[in-house]
Design a protein around this ligand. Sequence first.
Ligand SMILES: *[C@@H]1O[C@H](CO)[C@@H](O)[C@H](O)[C@H]1NC(C)=O
Length: 212
Amino acid sequence: MKSLLSFALSTTLILRNTAVSSAASPQKCTPAPAPETPPDPLPVFDLVEYYYEPPSRQSPPELLSTQVSESQIRNKLALNSLALDGEDFDGLDYIFTKDAVVNLSAPIGVVKGRDNIKQAIRQVLTMGEGVDGHDLISSPLIEVDPQNPCSAKSLTYFTTTFFGVSGPLQGLVSTLNGEFRDIWVQDEAGEWRISIRILVYIGYPIGNLLPQ
Ligand SMILES: *[C@@H]1O[C@H](CO)[C@@H](O)[C@H](O)[C@H]1NC(C)=O
């Protein structure tokens, strides 16, 4: 009787451990390659329908995994600002997949591949000697796909300000406003990166450092 009880107890413990470890390590992801060109940007009036997700009926372990993913994506977006402001373009290795594709809008347009993206972003941000940048982002909207937890989309508002701190542009300042619309994939190691970014500017540069 005693051994039966201890057998039952240890079985319960084993079952419990299995449940816990499968909650902690969700399925392994195999990221799909990024397309050659990004999809056309949706008009702003279509965005609410595109991003709205009804309440999900996920189990508690699935919900936990979704929330861990959201939090990693939120941190990656914050790292993106740090990489841009610090002109640490290699920091973008943590943000974009190797084959990512971005539409940086006019005048740069579509750029394919992480190394080319780094080069293009450097070109946008390097306004010359004596100019500092500040990339402020909003609280992002993040949706992990309930059908495929290896894929997610996010939308983040940004305000990028360029300050002339010394030299000929000292005292001048300009601000760009827009949205990052990102598609994320999770890799085999569980790390999230952007495979498609569409950058949509809202309005035109405000201020006197950049041409209008
Ligand atoms: C890139 O984005 C701009 C607007 O932000 C859009 O006008 C243009 O059509 C896009 N290009 C592609 C290839 O989707």
